[in-house]
Design a protein around this ligand. Structure first.
Ligand SMILES: [Zn+2]
Length: 170
């Protein structure tokens, strides 16, 4: 079931969680059915409290399940973690949907505006309305701004959005 989850997808999850070590942790979980935080820390070479922090984040997103048992000797709780592949797929899909929403908004903005640009690296393009107010001078470097053709940007954004729509089956 986990074969559908590739490394790129794992990286995206790790990025979304904002944790560098999340990838290593997920890979360790992938290779075992159910395991404890101690074992993960040892196998992935991540500090135990970092392991726990990431596991609880994953748990918040229902990406792992948690089972608790009690150590008969010490009486302490042992936490057993398991990856939830179905949830993982859902998580990736919802991430993709969020990216697509942002792309669509950006695309609309690019399509509905005429841009002006001074052609100086580091300066920004400005929409027509703003350019008029600035009497067609760049607010950063003061040079005159010229009409900027954003056709290529629109093309690239459209392609990315189409690709995502295909992946989402929309
Ligand atoms: Zn400029």
């Amino acid at each position: 079931m986990l074969s559908t989850i590739n490394d790129a997808a794992l990286m995206k999850i790790a990025e979304a969680l904002g944790e560098e070590e999340a990838t290593k942790l997920i890979e360790t979980l992938k290779n075992s059915d159910e395991t404890t935080d101690d074992v993960i820390a040892n196998e992935a070479g991540i500090r135990l409290n970092t392991v726990r922090k990431i596991l609880y984040k994953l748990y918040d997103h229902s990406l792992v399940s948690l089972r608790r048992t009690r150590d008969p000797k010490t009486g302490w709780f042992i936490f057993h973690w398991k990856l939830q592949p179905d949830q993982l797929e859902g998580f990736i899909l919802s991430q993709k949907r969020r990216v697509l929403e942002k792309l669509d908004i950006r695309l609309e903005y690019e399509k509905n505006h005429d841009f002006y640009y001074c052609d100086t690296p580091g300066c920004k393009r400005i929409p027509f309305e703003e350019a008029v107010e600035l009497v067609f001078r760049c607010p950063t470097c003061g040079k005159p701004v010229m009409h900027y053709d954003n056709g290529k940007i629109v093309q690239t954004l459209t392609r990315k959005a189409e690709q995502l729509r295909k992946e989402l089956g929309e």
